[in-house]
Design a protein around this ligand. Structure first.
Ligand SMILES: Cc1cc2nc3c(=O)[nH]c(=O)nc-3n(C[C@H](O)[C@H](O)[C@H](O)COP(=O)(O)OP(=O)(O)OC[C@H]3O[C@@H](n4cnc5c(N)ncnc54)[C@H](O)[C@@H]3O)c2cc1C
Length: 396
């Protein structure tokens, strides 16, 4: 039977970051199990790569500040591109909400964020119909990263530090004896270990159940429409989000195009992504792109931006993937009542941008008993039973 010190289940961006941070601290015999034949087939490969510090809660803002700084200064090129995030409000109540958020973000150290009036919104995004816009908030150091590059960077570093990864190896259940983890049953034999980290994205709940733990992480389909415009997009276009409806759009970047991966400067400037969180979407593992979503998105584009409405869908690039939602839209980080069992799960759509802070926090919790670079105790699993749920409404 195989032995490992620490088994990380799931080789997406989060599992890779946990492996990187553990091995960078000197942890030995770290094994990543990945059920697919390669990495990036889960949510990480579907993510669009937005990164922002404009959140409502302190913990999300702090996770972002740490992670943005990491992306900026990382020796590995993750294609961090600070094009900004523009949230806009269509009534005074929403605008007040953005103003409160910006004050709070600044108080926590977010530097390049400001409240902008309607004229400035129109300058930042000239393709927007601004007639009903009260104002907005603009974060200049928010922007984009390449999710696959982030995952690859963490993986490369973890493997160089001695971690191993096994593909086509599905963790089927956790082995618990006397309230402690003693191993993992896989599709190809058992592995002895005393520490397991669950990084299985939208599937996290299923494995936790095998150890008798209720992990409130629900899968939910999220879709993106990919389109081409006749005219080039405005230069320096940021991510643009209607805070009232969640309708959003941004310049597209094709991470699967190998020539662009080698030279990001040849990226086309006429392709655009747009989407919104469909309230009719129920929890499921369905990742089939649903054609009817296209007309729903164009309906929203019609009034908001005639430029967007005139774009042509590139059907083969439209995609659907899974969000991994928790009841309060915050991640679940750290241990639980089963000794040796840890979670890095439930990112509710923010797992790529928060992967650096997550990996470091979980590594410190495992190796030192607590995370000292950032207090992430608000994200413990027991917040749900203790009635200490967080409150974040700035999610899309
Ligand atoms: C359309 C869309 C857009 C998004 N945009 C953004 C964005 O702009 N910014 C952002 O930060 N986030 C975004 N997200 C969210 C982001 O993709 C996720 O939060 C993040 O990828 C989660 O990473 P992960 O490693 O936890 O999960 P995953 O990438 O899903 O990785 C989990 C891995 O575990 C493996 N696995 C599952 N079960 C088992 C098992 N039993 N045994 C072994 N292996 C197993 C899977 O094969 C998979 O490789 C988006 C998501 C979607 C769907």
């Amino acid at each position: 039977m195989k032995n490992a010190e620490i088994v990380i289940i799931g080789g997406g961006v989060v599992g890779a970051s946990v492996a990187h941070h553990l091995t960078a601290r000197g942890a030995k015999n770290v094994l990543i199990l990945e059920s697919e034949d390669s990495q990036g087939k889960g949510s990480t490969g579907k993510a669009t790569g937005g990164v922002r510090a404009q959140f409502e809660t302190a913990i999300n803002i702090k996770m972002s500040l740490y992670s943005l700084d990491f992306f900026k200064n990382w020796e590995f090129d993750c294609e961090y591109d600070p094009k900004g995030y523009l949230f806009f409000a269509t009534n005074e109540a929403q605008f007040d909400y953005l103003k409160r958020n910006v004050e709070f973000q600044k108080s926590l150290g977010v530097k390049q964020v400001e409240i902008v009036d309607c004229d400035r919104v129109s300058e930042i995004c000239p393709i927007l119909n601004c007639e009903d816009i009260a104002g907005g908030s603009f974060g200049k150091s928010d922007g984009f990263i390449n999710p696959i590059a982030v995952m690859n960077g963490f993986t490369r570093s973890a493997l160089a530090n001695g971690a191993e990864i096994e593909y086509r190896k599905e963790a089927v259940s956790l082995i618990v004896k006397g309230g402690k983890i003693t191993g993992v049953q896989t599709s190809d034999g058992n592995i002895n270990c005393e520490t397991v980290v669950i990084c299985t994205g939208a599937r996290a709940k299923l494995l936790a159940e095998t150890a008798g733990v209720n992990l409130p992480v629900e899968p939910q389909k999220r879709q993106i429409v990919w389109a081409r415009s006749e005219l080039p997009l405005p230069a320096e276009m940021p991510m643009v989000i209607d805070i009232g409806t969640g309708f959003h759009f941004r310049p597209a970047r094709d991470f699967s195009d190998k020539s662009v991966a080698k030279d990001p400067s040849i990226q086309s400037n006429d392709e655009i992504l747009f989407a919104y969180p469909d309230p009719d979407e129920r929890s499921s593992f369905d990742v089939e792109f649903d054609e009817s979503f296209i007309s729903k998105v164009y309906d929203r584009a019609r009034r908001r931006s005639p430029f967007l409405f005139r774009t042509k869908v590139i059907r083969e690039k439209c995609r659907a993937g899974l969000y991994e939602n928790t009841p309060d839209h915050h991640a679940i980080l750290g241990g639980c009542d089963v000794e040796g069992l840890y979670f890095a799960s439930g990112f509710s759509g923010h797992g790529v941008m928060h992967s650096p802070a997550t990996g470091r926090a979980v590594a410190e919790i495992i190796l030192d008993g607590h995370s000292s670079f950032l207090d992430v105790s608000d994200l413990r699993l027991d917040r749900f039973e203790k009635g200490k749920m967080l409150h974040e409404t700035a999610f899309i």
